[in-house]
Design a protein around this ligand. Structure first.
Ligand SMILES: Cc1cc2nc3c(=O)[nH]c(=O)nc-3n(C[C@H](O)[C@H](O)[C@H](O)COP(=O)(O)OP(=O)(O)OC[C@H]3O[C@@H](n4cnc5c(N)ncnc54)[C@H](O)[C@@H]3O)c2cc1C
Length: 393
């Protein structure tokens, strides 16, 4: 007997898993999620968890708003949650050009309903007593931004998948698409599945998933490092808003009485890499110590490097695959904690109906990229300084 499903979702990260859940919630009877390893083994369990509505484009803002609302509603909906903590997020400015850009951005964000406000230098120092005073020209602050606990998010979507009746198949790899009598067939390491709909995800491996499906998807992976300092009384969460030093590509937030900080090296060639780069870490520790002096003498309790997904314009990909009406592609562009549920719900909507009420997805499809992978959209300015080209491999 042939194996059939109403929908097959590839990839058990936060995008694929929440998408499978939303497809099931929308009423599809048989939703199958295939994951080549174990749920959450990709980027989704290794993230820093930052959730920010202070996006650099209207799409980024909408996805941040939707995802934050979803995180807040999870306990009622699925009986558990991803651990969203409303910490407040500060984006300091160090140059006049940054101040001008921040004011323009704030206007756009406020028009979309984000409660963001400008803090002048003295207000900013007062709001963040751990910051060396007199360093900034002010900055934007949103008290409703926060963070989730990424491993808890994996646990939350595992619960949601099981409770909603999604059929989860771990250790089953996607091998490609072929055409059968009634349409597209999903080829897997455990045989073919005849689906109504297909959603392709893969995070840092999405380009490879695309290649298997005969699609060119300009998404890549790059090394990203995260460290957690020892505890210190000055780093009590009540005293530490989250901070993004945008120009340095360095961000931090409170974690278990210490500071969690993350960084990507913009000069590093893209590609999979999970080795710790001690030299770059030392450079970012020096920058952090200049801004948050108490961290200078603190040891590290945890340190990891993982591959983060990115797109050339730092925006998500949500859209049907060109020429394959029943196949939808979804990628959070390195922001799967802050946008993941919104991207997943929009991808489920697009797979089912072609559009979404989460946001207008029409600019976000694969057709925005040219042959060389360049996007015709303006790059999201509030992003880590990822490489803007895609690795040739
Ligand atoms: C260190 C680090 C810190 C981060 N911090 C943040 C943050 O603070 N805020 C934020 O918003 N984002 C952050 N991110 C980014 C975020 O983690 C990702 O955008 C998000 O996890 C991507 O989710 P995904 O489901 O698309 O990919 P993944 O979680 O990588 O899931 C993809 C899954 O697809 C599976 N797969 C791949 N190929 C196949 C195949 N052929 N067959 C079957 N399955 C396959 C993989 O095994 C994997 O489990 C961070 C990422 C990293 C690495």
């Amino acid at each position: 007997m042939s194996d059939t499903a109403d929908a097959v979702v590839v990839g058990g990260g936060t995008v694929g898993a929440w998408c499978a859940y939303f497809l099931r919630q929308a009423g599809l009877a048989r939703v199958v999620l295939i994951e080549k390893g174990l749920l959450g083994q990709g980027a989704s369990s290794r993230a820093a968890g930052v959730v920010r509505m202070q996006g650099g484009t209207p799409e980024a803002v909408r996805l941040g708003q939707w995802s934050r609302r979803f995180y807040l509603s999870q306990r009622d909906e699925i009986g558990t949650d991803s651990g969203f903590t409303e910490q407040g997020y500060l984006l300091p400015c160090f140059t006049e050009a940054e101040v001008t850009a921040a004011h323009a951005r704030m206007e756009m964000q406020a028009a979309l309903g984000v409660p963001v406000r400008w803090l002048d230098p003295a207000e900013l120092d007062a709001a963040n007593p751990t910051l060396a005073p007199g360093q900034t020209l002010g900055g934007t602050f949103c008290a409703q931004d926060g963070f989730i606990a990424p491993p808890r998010n994996v646990a939350a979507y595992t619960v949601a998948l099981i409770r909603s009746g999604v059929e989860v198949r771990e250790r089953v790899a996607f091998r490609g698409l072929s055409s059968g009598g009634r349409g597209v067939v999903v080829e897997t390491s455990q045989g073919p599945i005849h689906p109504g709909l297909v959603v392709l995800t893969g995070g840092p491996k999405l380009a490879e998933v695309g290649r298997l499906a005969g699609l060119r998807i300009p998404a890549g992976g790059a090394r990203h490092q995260v460290a957690v300092t020892e505890r210190h009384p000055d780093l009590d969460p009540a005293r530490v808003p989250m901070v993004f030093d945008l120009a340095a590509g360095l961000y931090w937030r409170p974690e278990e009485g210490g500071l969690l900080f993350g960084m990507s090296n913009p000069d590093e060639p893209p590609g999979e890499n999970r080795e710790v780069d001690e030299e770059y870490l030392a450079k970012m520790r020096a920058r952090l110590a200049a801004l948050v002096p108490v961290t200078a003498g603190l040891g590290l309790r945890r340190l990891w490097a993982a591959t983060i997904d990115y797109t050339p314009d730092h925006l998500p990909i949500i859209g049907r695959a060109p020429g394959l009406d029943r196949v939808t592609v979804a990628c959070a562009g390195g922001a799967g904690m802050m946008w993941g549920p919104g991207v997943a719900r929009a991808a489920a909507d697009v797979a089912l109906t072609g559009s979404s009420d989460v946001l207008d997805v029409s600019p976000l499809g694969l057709d925005r990229f040219d042959e060389a992978g360049h996007s015709r959209l303006a790059t999201d300015p509030i992003a880590l300084p990822f490489p803007e080209r895609i690795a040739s491999s």
